[in-house]
Design a protein around this ligand. Structure first.
Ligand code: ADP
Ligand code: MG
Ligand code: ZN
Length: 483
């Protein structure tokens, strides 16, 4: 984008709340990529006349956790409304959402960028229900039709609307990744974008640099991955600046993203609130939030990832890279802190290096795997104590870690059973060095006649004879002595 323009980007993030049951009925919330279509549907979420919605208290609790983590003001009373529109994915002909009185407003999420920390203001957080999922099919013979899966209809959906505080793609990335990480910390959403549990809509405008007034925005709907979101926003920024450069104006409209052509396409001129004929949902009373509800939700809000990141840097002296990787997932951050607590001589660098290097090395993925790892922080701490006390060398420790990962055995047992403890007994080691030299008289002769490169070879032979357990410093000392 030309540097004489400023971009303003505001995001609407839709996150499913992964409760047991749906927002207004008892149907289970199922994995849409696994469950057979239309198997988790009842008269309520299918929109049958005469049915009545009942608010899912757990969904409200989850929404409160998110709103509190985002430091929002919680509305004592909020209101569900009917958002009327006709589309086949909406069996009732309206979506129950919150409009004039959302659950929460005015929050903040600090995100880390290459330029430092940036506060993204949250405009509102509100509850609604998800719609059904349409799949458009085009047959080879040109016939087209659409399939509907109502398993998704009625799943609790949280809409998190930011202020237009992002000005670069990097900031958009930082915000969306930060939000995803937060939702996972709060245990309300798996963060599996490829399963559609988080979806984005981007509002994008540009203005000449220095101009105070925000430009006309377009809204890009249905961005379902980080990749499409950044591609669509990048495209739109280029399109709008080119348009302004050539003297044109941006039309306020709703756009879609064409995956194959990689362009935004106009879907309709921007719909206005009155198009939806919002009115208070007559089948639901106002949503009243008690102090007790707020406190019990607050008790479920852990330290936010950005705060944990800062604490890891200041308290433990970790660098940005380490802190980022260690705090992105709550399970990893918890593991790191538990490991430090368990270590005899707590050392944040050693703990960080062993988790990020060795433990992550033996794991297959870093995300969900942490809680499945059979190596407890206590066991890893025992292993690291052996290393710190120089009772095993680090190559041995790495292979022990791999065994621990596979079998779940304790390090002290593996070390004892396999006799892996480092040989630092001077007399014993001196004997081994002598044996090795005695077994290779020709090499010793060659060495003494000047072939000094043989030193490394002798060293290797001693290590081999001890399965790598010999104390390298002592081996060096004795080799020099004996040779
Ligand atoms: P609407 O229903 O009209 O889309 P929302 O409240 O859902 O309104 O979303 C408004 C979004 O658009 C917010 O994320 C806001 O930050 C963003 N936005 C508003 N004005 C602009 C603008 N000029 N440029 C970019 N984004 C904007
Ligand atoms: Mg919008
Ligand atoms: Zn149902």
């Amino acid at each position: 984008m030309k540097s004489s323009y400023t971009a303003d980007i505001g995001l609407e993030v839709h996150a499913e709340l992964q409760t047991q049951s749906k927002m207004f009925c008892a149907c289970p919330v199922v994995d849409l990529t696994e469950a057979a279509p239309n198997t988790a549907v009842c008269p309520v979420c299918a929109g049958m006349p005469g049915t009545l919605p009942v608010v899912n208290a757990r969904a409200v609790d989850y929404a409160l956790r998110v709103a509190l983590a985002l430091e929002c003001d919680i509305a004592e009373t909020s209101q569900f409304a009917r958002k009327n529109y006709f589309y086949p994915d909406l069996p009732k002909g309206y979506q129950i959402s919150q409009y004039e009185l959302p659950l929460a407003e005015r929050g903040i999420l600090p995100v880390r960028t290459d330029q430092g920390w940036l506060d993204i203001r949250i405009r509102r957080v509100h509850l609604e229900e998800d719609t059904g999922k349409l799949t458009h099919v085009q047959e080879r013979n040109g016939e087209t039709y659409s399939l509907i899966d109502l398993n998704r209809a009625g799943i609790p959906l949280l809409e998190i609307v930011s202020e237009p505080d992002m000005h670069t793609i990097e900031q958009v990335r930082a915000y969306t990744h930060g939000l995803r990480s937060l939702l996972r910390y709060l245990n309300v959403n798996s963060g599996d974008l490829e399963k559609g549990v988080i979806r984005f809509e981007a509002n994008v405008s540009v203005r000449p640099k220095g101009c105070e007034k925000l430009g006309t925005r377009v809204e890009i709907k249905n961005l379902n991955s980080f990749r499409t979101m950044t591609a669509a926003i990048t495209y739109e920024l280029e399109r709008q600046t080119a348009l302004l450069e050539s003297g044109g104006t941006v039309a306020q409209e709703t756009l879609g993203w064409d995956e194959t052509e990689e362009v935004t396409l106009s879907q309709r001129s921007k719909e206005e609130a009155h198009d939806y004929r919002y009115f208070p949902e007559p089948d639901l009373p106002p949503l009243v939030i008690s102090k007790e509800q707020i406190e019990s939700a607050r008790a479920q809000v852990p330290e936010r990832p950005d705060r944990r990141y800062r604490r890891f840097v200041t308290d433990f002296g970790l660098d940005a890279y380490q802190a980022e990787l260690l705090t992105k997932e709550k399970a990893v951050a918890d593991y790191f802190e538990a490991l430090l607590t368990e270590m005899d001589q707590p050392d944040p660098q050693i703990a960080a290096n062993w988790i990020l290097g060795e433990l992550f090395g033996v794991m297959h993925t870093h995300e969900d795997m942490m809680h499945k790892v059979k190596i407890s922080p206590t066991d890893l701490a025992v292993l690291l104590t052996f290393v710190q006390q120089e009772r095993i060398n680090s190559a041995t420790a790495k292979s022990i870690l791999a065994t621990m990962y596979e079998t779940g055995s304790k390090p002290q047992d593996i070390i004892r059973d396999k006799g892996l403890e480092k040989i630092s007994d001077r007399e014993k080691l001196k004997g081994i060095v002598r044996d090795v030299l005695a077994a290779h008289p020709q090499e010793v002769k060659a060495y003494r006649e000047g072939k000094s490169t043989l030193y490394q070879w002798f060293f290797g032979q001693v290590m081999r004879a001890t399965n790598g357990r010999a104390d390298p410093a002592l081996v060096g000392e004795f080799l020099k002595e004996e040779l």
